[in-house]
Design a binder for this molecule. Structure first.
Ligand code: F0G
Length: 457
């Protein structure tokens, strides 16, 4: 058998990439205040800022778009998607939203109150921000292995059950529900094992607490379980996903990931404890409960996407993509979160810039260097994203300084990955010339999106 795993699709429609020179990129990055979020996408050669909503839809999805029923209430497209979500999640209540953070906002506004605390393996930044906005503490309890980039462990996204139980004992009254994010994006796109999901759900149940899963990347997580967890090698990945979801009482989903669409999200709930509150909140900010901020055509595309995202040939290729880039980085002596995750490769910036102080934001500096060198756009997951400037002007820092290269689904081919591997190796060779940054302007929340930076002299 040939070893090369080919992209399991043919390209039917193409979008040109606009080539730029290093001199162009120097000018463009300065104009973007050294923040790649502020660049125009057409000035980027390989856009690995996010895997969210950036993928290519299939011809079947584009076909389904024409079937969209744009009725305000009770559209056929709603019922079609509702059935797909019910079959997948085993949960009867389906509430569409325009994307994942809207699902979080709507659910949290009815399910938690100021002064409470929500444990999770790691909260994604919008999940954390939505909780903190309500005065709720967002606590990350991923296992210790999950915080060590170089350490190999099959399920680095697992939650630490001992610490979770400690929290339930000490502050049980203040916990409205437990959360679990699959895969654990913030911790490196790492999967959570079925055993961990099952045990965490049982632990929460003993304390009378429901489990809410953030299922943006449930299909990639399910495929990792199939490949790595004893007993699942012969189970269809769809059945694995259904078992994962069977332990949850509710879920939030950004369909822009494993839903294989450019926009969309939802909440699904097993019982009606939060249903009325969530529907009322939905109407206030998203729309009527049968469209939730989406067009009928978006609901149709998602109904197809949720099925396509579970195809095993696709998932095998998908996980292999990240693994392949990891192998190329390993050969170049660059550290990254190991093993590679589902949707992204997370470069450990400290292995490229070991001498740069954290106050100069090494992961941010490396992100800028990748853009300047090869027009690659990644995202910092380090002290800009997770650090804070306190009232007294001092800064807090994050435990890891990572640069995430997140791969849009079904979009880039192997030669794009080969090019990126060369660019990253070149950057490592020029590490002595890479400059750190300081923050010039920052908003109170999610400062990485709009913050402005200057080079450290
Ligand atoms: N939860 C997780 C684990 C996520 O990764 C994201 C989004 C969300 C929730 C929010 O969903 O964007 O549809 O509102 N992650 C994107 C990313 C933005 O780049 O990782 P959204």
């Amino acid at each position: 058998m040939p070893k090369t795993l080919i992209e399991p699709f043919r390209i039917k429609s193409v979008e040109p990439i606009r080539m730029t020179t290093r001199a162009d990129r120097e000018r463009l990055l300065e104009a973007a205040h050294l923040n790649v979020f502020l660049l125009r996408a057409e000035d980027v050669l390989i856009d690995w800022l996010t895997d969210s909503g950036t993928g290519a839809m299939s011809s079947r999805q584009w076909g389904a778009i024409m079937e969209g029923d744009e009725s305000y209430a009770g559209a056929r497209s709603f019922y079609r998607l509702e059935k797909v979500v019910q079959d997948l999640t085993g949960m009867p209540h389906f509430i569409p939203t325009h994307q994942g953070r809207a699902a979080e906002k709507v659910l949290f506004s009815t399910a938690c109150q100021k002064g409470q605390v929500v444990p999770n393996n790691c909260h994604f930044d919008t999940t954390r921000a939505n909780l903190e906005y309500l005065g709720v503490e967002a606590l990350d309890l991923v296992i210790a292995e999950g915080l060590q980039p170089a350490l190999i462990h099959p399920f680095k996204g697992n939650i630490d059950l001992v610490r979770a139980e400690g929290l339930l004992k000490e502050r049980g009254d203040a916990i409205p529900f437990g959360m679990l994010t699959v895969t654990n994006n913030t911790g490196g796109g790492q999967p959570v094992s079925m055993a961990n999901i099952r045990d965490y759900a049982a632990l929460l149940k003993r304390y009378g607490k429901p489990l809410v899963m953030d299922i943006c990347r449930f299909a990639e997580n399910a495929m990792f379980i199939k490949l790595r967890e004893p007993g699942y090698a012969d189970t269809p990945v769809r059945a694995i996903a259904q078992e994962m979801l069977s332990y949850a009482d509710g879920c939030t989903m950004s369909a822009k990931k494993d839903g294989m669409v450019n926009i969309g999200g939802f909440i699904a709930l097993k019982d009606d404890r939060w249903l009325e509150g969530a529907r009322n909140a939905l109407i206030l900010s998203e729309g009527f409960p049968t469209y939730g901020g989406l067009a009928g055509r978006d609901l149709e595309a998602l109904a197809v996407g949720l099925e396509e995202g579970l195809q095993e040939d696709y998932l095998r290729y998908r996980l292999r993509t990240a693994e392949y880039l990891g192998e190329r980085l390993e050969a170049a002596g660059i550290g990254f979160v190991k093993p590679t995750g589902g949707h992204a490769v997370y470069i450990d910036a400290r292995t490229v810039l070991p001498d740069m102080p954290q106050a100069h934001y090494p992961a941010w500096a490396l992100t800028n260097a990748l853009y300047l060198e090869g027009g690659i756009r990644g995202v910092e997951i380090g002290s800009v994203m997770f650090g804070k400037r306190l009232a007294d002007g001092t800064e807090t820092y994050h435990g890891m300084e990572l640069v995430r290269l997140a791969f849009p689904r079904r979009m880039y081919t192997q030669s794009h990955f080969d090019y990126a591997a060369e660019v990253i190796a070149e950057v490592k060779g020029r590490a002595a010339h890479i400059r750190g940054v300081r923050i010039v302007r920052q908003p109170p929340f999610l400062r990485h999106f709009t913050g402005e930076f200057a080079w450290v002299d």
